[in-house]
Design a protein around this ligand. Structure first.
Ligand SMILES: NC(=O)c1ccc[n+]([C@@H]2O[C@H](COP(=O)([O-])OP(=O)(O)OC[C@H]3O[C@@H](n4cnc5c(N)ncnc54)[C@H](O)[C@@H]3O)[C@@H](O)[C@H]2O)c1
Length: 379
């Protein structure tokens, strides 16, 4: 029996990734419905992919179709409610990033999971490319020695018109700026390699775009294993690039790409004294790229078939939300923040903007020049 899938959202990412990734799974899945608040968009996408039924309401679709899996390709504000509705109906969830608007919402969704499934998993496709998979193996077996220094740069360019889409760059609908919406991919891959962090010191500003949240964020992060990392997320960088570099005791490993990598984007540089024959065994044999959602969908469907938790679910999906919350907490409070300070009941567990979103906006807008004026740095 195929896994019956219902797709929520018929916009860009649904069209470009969700439906093609489901089609690539062949007869292991059957798409039984597509829902969008714009019913015409749902109908048009359903017609394109030969899906029988379309809906203008995700909850009605879940109730009518009783799907095994619900994929969420909607703006972040819609993720929490539909994920909970799906889990309560017994369906697994595969949601777009950022998972939710806050750690509190993340935990609320997770509380509706059950042992053995259904689980809610999130789409962080950069973890699934062959080189990241191989590097995780080498980190786990100690081949590269201790990780010491890391860089994680997401330097992208979004022109002013990008922010005309109403849900973008707002605390209430996207949860934040590039920390939540863009750098989150690379930060997630970094965390899958380096594990838990212990403290973070961050700065954020809204330097050049008319947006409520930040358009640039920087952080220094200390990991539990001792490694130190710098993180930069920008939407203001005309020469766009995405880069993660980790210097281990025995090698520097680096990937530089834009919106997706394959093996050719990675360099593996042995430290002096490491035998070249050994370094030659580091690179991956397969070459699964990270530019497609297909490996994530394949992983979740395989987990459903086995009744296992997907890797980007539970603690595995939460870690990057913890780092984002820590970065906002540090940037908005003006001090270093320890991981332990983000426990349930604390302000930055409840919301990325903390207790007062208007004050958060005033703080990251302060001291920046826009429209020829310098905003008051004392706000
Ligand atoms: N993984 C990636 O690489 C990647 C890339 C781009 C976007 N995304 C994420 O995908 C999500 C959607 O982004 P997009 O670019 O496709 O946006 P989009 O605006 O093109 O599409 C969103 C669609 O969702 C619909 N919608 C909004 N609220 C809804 C609701 N409550 N129920 C049903 N439908 C609803 C809209 O009508 C629209 O058709 C966002 O969370 C975004 O961050 C992920």
């Amino acid at each position: 029996m195929p896994i019956r899938v219902a797709v929520v959202g018929a916009g860009a990412i649904s069209r470009e990734q969700h439906l093609p990734s489901l089609a690539a799974l062949g007869d292991r899945v059957e798409v039984v419905g597509i829902a969008d608040v714009a019913p015409d968009a749902a109908r048009a996408l359903a017609d394109t992919w030969g899906v029988a039924r379309s809906y203008g309401d995700a909850r009605k679709m879940i109730a009518a179709e009783r799907p095994d899996l619900v994929t969420l390709a909607t703006p972040p504000i819609a993720h929490r409610g539909d994920a909970i509705a799906a889990l309560e109906a017994g369906a697994w969830v595969l949601s777009e990033k950022p998972p939710t608007l806050s750690l509190a919402e993340y935990d609320e969704v997770a509380a509706h999971e059950r042992e053995g499934g259904p689980y809610a998993a999130y789409i962080f496709q950069h973890r699934f490319g062959s080189a990241a998979v191989r590097l995780r193996e080498l980190v786990a077996d100690g081949s590269l020695g201790r990780p010491l220094v890391a860089l994680c740069d997401t330097l992208w360019f979004r022109d002013p018109s990008y922010f005309a889409v109403p849900w973008r760059g707002k605390w209430a609908t996207e949860g934040g700026g590039p920390t939540m919406g863009h750098g989150v991919h690379q930060m997630d891959m970094l965390l899958s390699l380096l594990g838990d962090w212990t403290d973070v010191s961050a700065q954020m500003s809204t330097l050049a775009r008319d947006t409520e949240a930040e358009d640039v964020s920087l952080a220094h992060v200390r990991f539990a294993n001792g490694a130190l990392c710098s993180v930069v997320n920008s939407l203001l960088s005309p020469r766009e690039t995405s880069r993660v570099r980790i210097d281990f005791e025995r090698a520097s490993v680096e990937v530089e790409h834009l919106y997706g990598y394959d093996n050719a984007h990675w360099t593996w540089t042995p430290a002096p004294g490491v035998p070249l024959e050994e370094a030659a065994t580091w690179a991956p044999v397969d070459d699964v790229p990270s530019s497609s959602h297909a490996p994530v969908f394949a992983h979740v469907v395989a987990c459903m078939e086995r009744g296992e938790r997907p890797v980007t679910s539970g603690a595995g999906g939460r870690r990057v939300m913890e780092l984002a919350a820590g970065m906002y907490a540090s940037a908005l409070s003006g001090r270093a923040v320890a991981h332990d300070e983000l426990a349930p009941g604390t302000p930055f567990h409840a919301a990325m903007a903390g207790p007062d979103p208007r004050a958060a906006t005033a703080r990251i807008h302060a001291g920046t020049i826009r429209g020829g004026k310098v905003a008051d740095p004392h706000l």
